[in-house]
Design a protein around this ligand. Structure first.
Ligand SMILES: Cc1cc2nc3c(=O)[nH]c(=O)nc-3n(C[C@H](O)[C@H](O)[C@H](O)COP(=O)(O)OP(=O)(O)OC[C@H]3O[C@@H](n4cnc5c(N)ncnc54)[C@H](O)[C@@H]3O)c2cc1C
Length: 477
């Protein structure tokens, strides 16, 4: 039997990576004790090499630090305003990297480890949590990341249905809708089928001639690919998740009989000519700002991806919100399984954070740890916490994970796939800027820049108001 909980009972966090470390800091700073469980060095993952907390497993970059023009730079700025430990330690261990924020990885992890170990309200326990947490842990954050140990992953999977947790991602590129040439691509579902929740015109279609298709297949075969890591190659994956270039290698016509089949579609710009192949893009988010390239998961390197996919008619000027990939990963079908505060609907004492929720990247993982920590602390103090504004980077990412994604039922891979922060996740501006400060009209790319800057300014001002109204923390200048 457990008695009524008080603010002096600890929140348990499993996994002291980017998300778990940030969550622990936020909770302890709110005056609530934390026990942080980390399995390293007792048990290592395939990618971690040290016992330090918040180890960076690959690159040492937190990407762009430009808060005015880049969505991840904006997320940096928001996290700094929220007193982020990860950002503080990154700033203190910065190494020169142009407009990016890159860090000395050992100095960064050592600083995070020291700050957490020295905090009087944080206890660090080394050891694997090899199954569901004990029932008496009533407020838990699971932040065990893409390489969650198998016994815990299996226990989580058993809590929901077998599609609840994926062990591989299969990421198709996502394109900003406003960069697609709608004088070439047209809206139509195959055979005009409406399907559940559809209109019969849910896809954007890009037509290809035989010559274009042949050149495209050649480019896929020749394009430079990323290799699977040895431990990834041992993880089986299914035909439904085959990279597009592997399908192309199985035969010249394979793609025309697969994701690029030209049947059931008529090009309104040229109705009498049947395209030889068609690339379909499907709406990805409820806002309707992002479209994913159906069936285009790939191991091509990012440079060749952009070059090859921009050869598709209608996508010549495509701006990619996300490029394709295929990796070993562990992530939930969050829009279905989690509530707006990242709690498992089926067992609300369990809250998730970090890459497991379907965000992608060091900064995004830490930011979801940050908001999970704020929610867990508010719960423990029996206080309600209003959601962060949907216009902020934090709110936009949280909203996408917990409900902004459009679920589609199709054979093959699950449609919810990991996502970086990007401007396509933000609600559009009510009145997009049309003029420069001097009153002259904005032209071409100037409009895009001005739009991003207006979205960023709105984000920071709305976030500051939220902080002042709900967190009573003085916003940093
Ligand atoms: C190989 C690889 C390379 C990547 N490279 C990059 C990159 O270059 N840039 C980028 O932005 N993102 C990269 N990512 C993606 C992602 O940003 C990182 O994985 C990030 O560390 C995720 O943060 P997290 O807190 O969710 O998980 P992690 O930082 O992995 O933290 C999870 C922690 O949980 C611990 N743990 C796991 N299971 C248990 C258990 N049962 N009990 C107790 N502890 C447990 C782990 O030891 C680990 O410390 C990469 C991912 C992988 C797998």
């Amino acid at each position: 039997m457990t008695g009524p909980r008080s603010a002096s009972d600890p929140v348990h966090i499993i996994g002291a990576g980017l998300a778990g470390s940030e969550a622990a800091w936020q909770i302890a700073q709110a005056g609530v004790p934390v026990i942080l469980h980390e399995m390293r060095p007792v048990r290592m993952t395939e990618a971690h090499r040290t016992e330090s907390l918040a180890e960076l497993v690959c690159s040492n970059s937190f990407r762009s630090d430009d808060a005015a023009n880049n969505a991840v730079g904006l997320l940096h700025a928001e996290m700094r305003r929220l007193g982020s430990l990860i950002m503080r330690c990154a700033d203190a261990n910065q190494v020169p990297a142009g407009g990016a924020l890159a860090v000395d990885r050992d100095g960064f992890s050592a600083a995070v480890t020291r700050a957490l170990q020295d905090h009087p309200l944080i206890g660090l326990e080394r050891g694997e949590i090899a199954g569901l947490p004990p029932a008496e842990w009533d407020n838990v954050i699971i932040a065990t990341g893409p390489l969650t140990s198998a016994p815990l992953a299996e226990a989580i999977r058993a809590l929901a249905d077998e599609n609840a947790l994926a062990f591989f991602d299969a990421i198709a590129p996502i394109v900003h809708k406003d960069s697609i040439d709608l004088s070439v691509a047209w809206f139509q579902s195959r055979y005009d089928k409406a399907g559940p929740g559809g209109t019969g015109a849910d896809y954007l279609n890009c037509p290809m001639t035989r010559e274009q298709y042949d050149a495209f297949v050649d480019a896929l075969l020749a394009g430079e690919k990323t290799d699977f890591r040895e431990w990834e190659a041992n993880t089986p994956y299914f035909d439904g998740c085959l990279p597009i270039e592997v399908m192309a290698a199985r035969g010249r016509e394979t793609l025309r009989y697969g994701p690029m089949k030209p049947v059931g579609l008529t090009n309104p710009n040229d109705p009498t000519v049947k395209p030889y192949a068609i690339v379909q893009l499907r709406q990805d988010n409820k806002l309707g700002t992002l479209y994913n390239m159906v069936g285009f998961q790939t191991k091509l390197k990012y440079g060749p991806q952009q070059q090859i996919f921009r050869s598709i008619p209608g996508l010549e000027k495509a701006e990619f919100a996300r490029l394709g990939g295929l990796h070993r990963n562990t992530f939930l079908n969050s829009p279905k399984l989690l509530d707006g505060q990242l709690r498992l609907r089926a067992e609300p004492r369990l809250r998730f954070a970090g890459q497991m929720t379907g965000c992608e990247g060091y900064v995004e993982s830490a930011s979801i740890g940050l908001i999970a920590g704020l929610y867990a602390a508010a719960d423990r103090r029996a206080q309600a916490l209003a959601p962060p504004p949907t216009t902020s980077a934090l709110g936009a990412l949280l909203g996408h994970i917990t409900g902004g994604h459009i679920e589609t039922i199709e054979p093959g891979t699950r449609s919810f796939q990991p996502m970086n922060i990007n401007f396509g996740l933000f609600p559009p501006l009510a009145t997009p800027p049309t003029k420069k400060p001097d009153g002259t009209r904005l032209r071409g790319p100037e409009k895009t820049v001005a739009k991003k800057q207006a979205i960023s300014a709105r984000a920071l001002s709305d976030l500051d108001r939220w902080i002042a109204d709900h967190l009573h923390v003085a916003a940093a200048a």
